[in-house]
Design a binder for this molecule. Structure first.
Ligand code: ADP
Ligand code: TPW
Ligand code: MG
Length: 581
């Protein structure tokens, strides 16, 4: 059934003349034809009716309180499903609010499409001051992978198809689609309209690696004495889980997962060197990167983290050829999609493959066990207020018992410590701040994770991090989503103990002490919990997750426990001026 058959709201011409369609319906039909079932957005002129009609046409339209969170939801929907997530916003301010999420999606290689309504081109271009006037296309361009504008209803099919292909093919990313208000009202013959739609065939074609590239990579791997595999979120995105597991196990090469690749193989896997990360990076001689960039998160592939200069050779699997040699020389670039490349490596290993020397694997295993043993007592502490470690020790057990739950995580200490402490057991179950370390992804990611997968979601949020998207608690309650938010409340950013040296104002990093975030959840009909011990935390989260209802647990954390910027304090610039003693 086409959109036309069930019109609720439409332009007067269409009501009078059923053989016509319009821009609204063509956009909906184009999305549906391409298997897109959900829109995340915030309504207003000129897209209110688009949302209404999409809902009437059976699409799910999830309305947020702020476009940034709708955009983040669309982005992570793209990561989870390999289909571009759709974010729909109004013009200028709504568009700008969504743009942060579009830029973040592009940076993280998540496929999404930001669709914004826009003002009259003729007035915008002459800068005559239209309602919410802005040259959105020009502003979006440098911040996304591609940007398109559709001016004629007959081009909507092509515009949507181009947007989908641009978002999903090659390195995935964010696409902006500019739809001027006038377009929605444009009317055309219904049959011609249907014919103008395009179902995108094979939006992310397999890109098979060159046989020479595979042979070269295998030669380098064979020469290694201390090889290591680094799995990045590209590997998680690729959904080549079985092939990746087979590659690790057949090769016998230890691996380190980047944060969103955790769970691709269970963190408890014997070849996981996650808990021996520093040693693994520093002492490895050959590193096979799979869907992970050598950016700041991997110290650019050089410096102290990587041992003696020149001591590490890199093999890199990536779909983006220009990623190669971006920071250091890649001795064996393998350009292609991860599923094809990993399979080709596996095939090339054949029967005679020699697993790495056992002294290397044993060294990493010993280091990992020592690190885990060192951490264990900290996770058991029953002190009140709780330390980060004790609270995370409790959540670690909960995730172990509920491996299919999706964990969303942001904050500084709350992020860095959770990443290390909470083991993941299944692919694509850990969603976090990604490449930019951006705060504010929490509620948007949580909503889309619940909507797209139907799985329970556990959000572990610093109190500052939570504040960036906290109003979406109402959205979570409105849709009755199975999301349990745990706010690690240490009264501030990194710590709750700073003071203004002049004594005039609160310090820049502290919040109202002893705030009760649980009451925000209660305000909208969800369940709030206030806990001060790991046992209470465990009980609250289990009860909340068993109920499948929205819940927020305000977990009181020692305000003095955190460190500045969590694990990345060294990135803070130091003043050149010496303090007077
Ligand atoms: P992490 O932050 O986990 O280290 P990055 O975001 O830095 O991961 O890297 C992800 C990489 O994965 C990007 O360079 C991207 O081009 C690549 N990528 C994404 N999807 C695929 C795919 N299907 N095949 C190959 N490479 C991919
Ligand atoms: C969009 C800078 C990094 S981490 C953080 C901020 C503000 C909050 C840390 O406090 P939180 O965690 O969440 O309470 P904890 O456990 O250490 O107390 N604006 C954006 N992104 C970033 N990364 C920042 C600011 C930042
Ligand atoms: Mg905090």
């Amino acid at each position: 059934m086409t959109a036309l058959a069930k019109i609720v709201h439409t332009t007067p011409e269409i009501e009078a003349e059923p053989d016509l369609t319009d821009g609204f319906h063509l956009v909906i039909d184009a999305l549906k034809l391409n298997g897109i079932e959900t829109i995340y957005g915030v309504p207003g002129i000129p897209i209110t009716d688009l949302g209404r009609m999409a809902q009437a046409e059976g699409m799910r339209v999830i309305s947020f309180r702020h476009e940034q969170h709708a955009g983040n939801a669309a982005a992570i929907a793209g990561f989870l499903t390999q289909k571009p997530g759709i974010c729909l916003t109004v013009s200028a301010p709504g568009f700008l609010n969504g743009l942060t999420a579009l830029a973040n999606a592009t940076t993280n290689c998540f496929p999404m499409i930001l669709i914004s309504g826009s003002s009259e081109r003729e007035i915008v271009d002459l800068q005559q001051g239209d309602y919410e006037e802005m040259d959105q296309l020009a502003i979006a361009k440098p911040l996304c992978k591609a940007a398109f504008r559709v001016l004629h209803a007959a081009d909507i099919g092509i515009g949507v198809a181009r947007a989908i292909r641009a978002a999903c093919s090659g390195r995935p990313g964010g696409v902006y689609l500019d739809l001027p208000a006038k377009l929605f009202a444009q009317v055309m013959d219904a049959e011609a309209g249907q014919k103008s739609l395009v179902k995108v065939i094979d939006p992310a074609p397999a890109q098979r690696p060159a046989p020479e590239a595979i042979a070269r990579a295998l030669d380098v791997l064979k020469s290694a004495k201390r090889p290591l595999i680094v799995l990045g979120k590209g590997a998680a995105y690729a959904q080549a889980d079985e092939a990746i597991r087979a590659l690790v196990e057949t090769s016998g090469i230890p691996y380190v997962p980047m944060s969103m690749a955790k769970g691709l193989l269970p963190d408890t896997h014997p070849l996981s060197a996650g808990a021996a990360r520093s040693t693994a990076l520093k002492d490895s001689d050959v590193v096979l990167l799979i869907g992970a960039r050598l950016n700041w998160l991997l110290s650019h592939g050089k410096g102290k983290s990587w041992g003696e200069p020149g001591s590490t050779k890199f093999i890199q699997i990536d779909i983006e050829p220009r990623e190669m040699d971006s920071n250091v020389e890649i001795v064996a670039p393998v350009v292609g999609d991860i599923a094809s490349c990993v399979q080709a490596l596996l095939d090339g290993m054949g029967k005679g493959w020699q697993q790495p020397p056992s002294d290397w694997t044993e060294t990493l295993k010993a280091k990992r066990e020592a690190n885990i043993a060192k951490m264990a007592p900290k996770l058991m502490s029953n002190a009140s207020p709780m330390t980060f470690h004790a609270a995370l020790g409790a959540l670690r057990t909960i995730v172990k018992e509920r491996p299919d739950a999706i964990l969303v995580n942001e904050g500084a200490n709350t992020l860095d410590l959770a990443r290390g402490i909470i083991d993941m057991y299944q692919p694509r179950k850990r969603l976090d701040v990604g490449t930019w370390g951006i705060m504010g992804i929490g509620m948007g990611f949580a909503v889309a994770a619940a909507v797209e997968t139907g799985k329970p979601v556990l959000c572990v949020e610093g109190d500052s991090a939570f504040g960036f998207s906290g109003m979406e608690v109402e959205t979570i309650c409105r849709y009755g989503l199975p999301i349990c938010i745990v706010v690690f409340n240490n009264n501030g950013i990194y710590r709750g103990t700073d003071t203004d040296p002049t004594g005039r104002d609160p310090a820049t990093t502290v919040f109202v002490p002893d705030s009760r975030y649980d009451r925000m959840m209660e305000a909208f009909g969800g369940v709030g919990y206030h806990v001060t011990t790991p046992d209470e935390l465990t009980r609250a989260v289990n009860e909340a997750m068993n109920s499948g209802r929205p819940a927020l647990v305000n977990a009181v954390i020692d305000p003095a426990a955190g460190s500045e910027s969590g694990n990345i304090g060294s990135l803070n610039p130091q003043s050149g001026i010496k303090k007077k003693k």
